[in-house]
Design a protein around this ligand. Structure first.
Ligand code: SF4
Ligand code: SF4
Length: 264
């Protein structure tokens, strides 16, 4: 079961999920709080996708390295991209049920660093990259699961208010870059090497093992291969999200995508 919905990249034609209309500037009624009868139901028996920036936030929160996080808390599955695995959260078993390992009786123990899917719910996001302005356009849809009683709470929200209240701007900014790279992976840039070859392993490290990528990037002096100003280099050296964004551009460069990096 999937309680959470994920952003989709519309590349060929603007197809919205069946029966769903984008909210636009309209309002929706929803509030989630410890007083709802369904509190934490959505954190159980859930299939939750994790995006690269989610991993950075969670491993920092748990004060473990990214490789340990991946080994302990994730599983791989075949998702919508036939040429790159999807990473999902590994649930903990509690008798009959399975639940998020970060859940306790009080609720979410990683709330400030919870993944994109948890923040976005009850909305679903779709991104259209083909718009005339060149800027990706996004759309939000309201999901409605029977078990979720938050829809009966008398709080009116607009999409804008929801994004702000859930601190989604930074997540979406990095996730949009991730969506571009995932789209490139979907074109099978590994060619003769196939899945699991050296290039795909490298791509997996950039996306999901930020500590491994930092070690690699520093050893190879990767940033020095490109024309980057001092400020940018400093940000990459001190901020994992910046390193991840650099890594995405680097992958585009070495895999034949359209990278913003300029080689020296
Ligand atoms: S991270 Fe938090 S909000 Fe998300 S499923 Fe786990 S406990 Fe629930
Ligand atoms: S209101 Fe919805 S989102 Fe909140 S705990 Fe209940 S099921 Fe989860």
């Amino acid at each position: 079961m999937s309680a959470f919905l994920h952003f989709e990249v519309m590349t060929e034609s603007r197809k919205f999920p069946e029966g769903m209309r984008p909210l636009g500037g309209g309002e929706f009624t929803f509030k989630c709080h410890p007083g709802v009868s369904c509190f934490t139901v959505c954190c159980k028996n859930v299939e939750l996708d994790l995006y690269p920036y989610d991993i950075i936030r969670l491993r920092t929160r748990l004060a473990i390295d990214s490789e340990t996080f991946m080994r302990t808390h994730t599983e791989l599955k075949k998702g919508s991209n036939p040429y790159f695995p999807t990473v999902i959260l590994k649930l903990a078993s509690t008798g009959k049920e399975k639940q998020c390992p970060f859940l306790n009786e009080q609720g979410c123990t990683v709330y400030e660093d919870r993944p994109t899917a948890c923040r976005t719910y009850p909305l679903e996001r779709a991104v259209d990259r083909r718009c005339a302005s060149g800027q990706p356009e996004d759309f939000y849809f309201l999901t409605n699961h029977d078990y979720c009683k938050g829809h009966y709470e008398p709080q009116q929200n607009t999409v804008k208010q929801w994004l702000r209240s859930q601190h989604l701007e930074q997540f979406n900014q990095v996730n949009d870059r991730w969506a571009e790279v995932d789209t490139l992976f979907g074109s099978n840039p590994w060619k003769g090497e196939g899945s699991g070859g050296p290039k795909q392993q490298m791509a997996f490290m950039v996306c999901y093992d930020i500590d491994g990528f930092r070690t690699f990037a520093e050893a190879q002096r990767l940033v020095d291969h490109y024309r980057l100003n001092r400020e940018h280099k400093k940000r990459i050296a001190g901020d994992d999200a910046e390193l991840l964004k650099f890594g995405f551009e680097w992958l585009k460069d070495i895999l034949g995508g359209r990278s913003s990096l300029v080689r020296r």
